[in-house]
Design a protein around this ligand. Sequence first.
Ligand code: DC
Length: 208
Amino acid sequence: MIIAIDGPAAAGKGTLARRLAAHFDFAYLDSGALYRAVGAKALDQSIDLDDVAGLVVLASGLIGEDMAHPHLRTPAVSEAASRVAALTPVREALKDFQRNFADSPPGGKAGAVLDGRDIGTVICPYATFKLFITANRNVRAERRWLELREKDPSVIYDRVFNDLVVRDRRDETRQDSPLRPADDATLIDTSMLTADQVFEQALSVIAS
Ligand code: DC
């Protein structure tokens, strides 16, 4: 079984995906972490974010520990990830890994949960279940701000909101694999829901 979970930043995809994976004892892949790892390595190695060939080398050579990069969730890496994710050759370099993960989940698990922007549309259009998780922009910006503030109390809400607007626009308007719900995805708006309620709604979709 493959569960595809897509949606914009800070809508609650990751929380839901991890919970579903634990519930069903499935493998979990945070596909955004792949783009973040490429962005983080490019910043570390001073590789220009327009140097497509250099970025493809990074994407092709990712290893597990790159996804544990200490700066993976910082605003600078979020911005770099969003830029590298708009490049088709980088997306292509990461595609097989994601598809293999879904088709042959590691650890011999019986299924996989993948979250991202294009899992239901491009990576696994054949997924068993597709969920599109969204929330209004103010709610998402506030969630992201509270999360970032735990590590850096000086982080400013307006900056987080503006960064989110820019990244949403880039994710939604890029030529390759733009963020959009698959035609057969079930939409869940988490703006007014607790994490428990989102989980219950997702479970009811999967049980139906
Ligand atoms: O979900 P996230 O914020 O960690 O994702 C980081 C960036 O990667 C974000 O700008 C969108 C992009 N991304 C993507 O283009 N496709 C995916 N499947 C996952 C993430």
